[in-house]
Design a protein around this ligand. Structure first.
Ligand code: FPP
Length: 253
């Protein structure tokens, strides 16, 4: 996987001529370090990170990104302190309540990827209401990855396929890459073209493992709460300079 830094100055590019990625993923990393640097509790970093999530989401919709997937809570994040997990749950709840109350005319189609049955009944109810409110929207699809893990997602898909085989609906040799893709949480959506990881970590962290087989990665040193629309633009510029070959020889863009 080619890792590239969004911190290097990108060559001048006419942004109006750029080919935008259809699907962008963001690992919203660095909230804890942002807070620690300021002598604040980690939860303060998540609060500012959540505000930034709203800003960057609206920005992506405004420039014509069709799919945005953000990593909000991984299957491994339950290992954090009760206080930090509680603060994140309150932020998710606040965001959904606010969206349902204030942004009913917004055209962003919010979806959830991950096992949401692990959340409190209140949060699950908000997730259901959000799904319902958004179901006929036609604007940018926003996938919020909550209690999400790429490996768990693949296991879930394989279990569903095994059940189909057991019921005689599918022969083992009919299990194809397409069948697996069709049983992921992102079924029917294009694979991410670009994944952005702020905060400088060069790790995939169990995010969209199946879907990112040919995704371009951009890593930026900026911590997520400080990541601006201009930083996003730089990542898009970097992406535009990539030569995507999908394992072949001809450039395919
Ligand atoms: C990783 O940074 C970030 C998270 C585990 C949480 C991300 C969540 C948000 C930005 C809030 C999103 C809110 C909504 C409403 C979707 P880290 O805490 O691991 O940072 P560190 O690596 O500096 O410790």
């Amino acid at each position: 996987m080619a890792l590239f830094s969004a911190n290097k100055p990108a060559p001048a590019l006419d942004r109006s001529l750029r080919r935008l990625p259809q699907h962008v993923g963001i690992i919203m990393d660095g909230n804890g370090r942002w807070a620690q640097k300021r002598g604040l509790p980690r939860s303060a970093g998540h609060t500012v990170g959540a505000q930034n999530f709203k800003k960057i989401t609206r920005y992506c919709a405004s420039i014509g990104i069709r799919y945005l997937t953000v990593y909000a809570f991984s299957t491994e994040n339950w290992k954090r302190s009760e206080e930090e997990v509680g603060a994140l749950m309150r932020l998710f709840q606040q965001y959904l309540e606010e969206s349902l109350r204030d942004f009913l005319d917004e055209d962003i189609k919010v979806r959830f990827i991950g096992d949401t049955t692990a959340f409190s009944p209140r949060l699950q109810k908000l997730i259901e209401e959000t799904r319902e409110v958004c179901k006929n929207r036609t604007g940018m699809v926003l996938n919020i990855a909550m209690n999400y893990g790429g490996r768990a997602e693949i296991v879930h898909a394989v279990q569903q396929l095994c059940e189909k085989v057991q019921r005689g609906e599918l022969a083992p040799n009919e299990v194809t890459e397409q069948q697996i893709a069709d049983h992921l949480y992102t079924a029917g959506q294009p694979d991410p073209d670009l994944i952005i990881r702020p905060s400088g970590e060069m790790r995939v962290s169990n995010f969209l493992l199946w879907q990112s087989a040919y995704t371009e990665y951009v890593v930026s040193d900026i911590l997520w709460p400080d990541f601006t629309p201009e930083d996003l633009e730089k990542a898009l510029d970097d992406y535009c300079l990539r030569h995507r070959r999908f394992g072949g020889v001809e450039e395919s863009r």
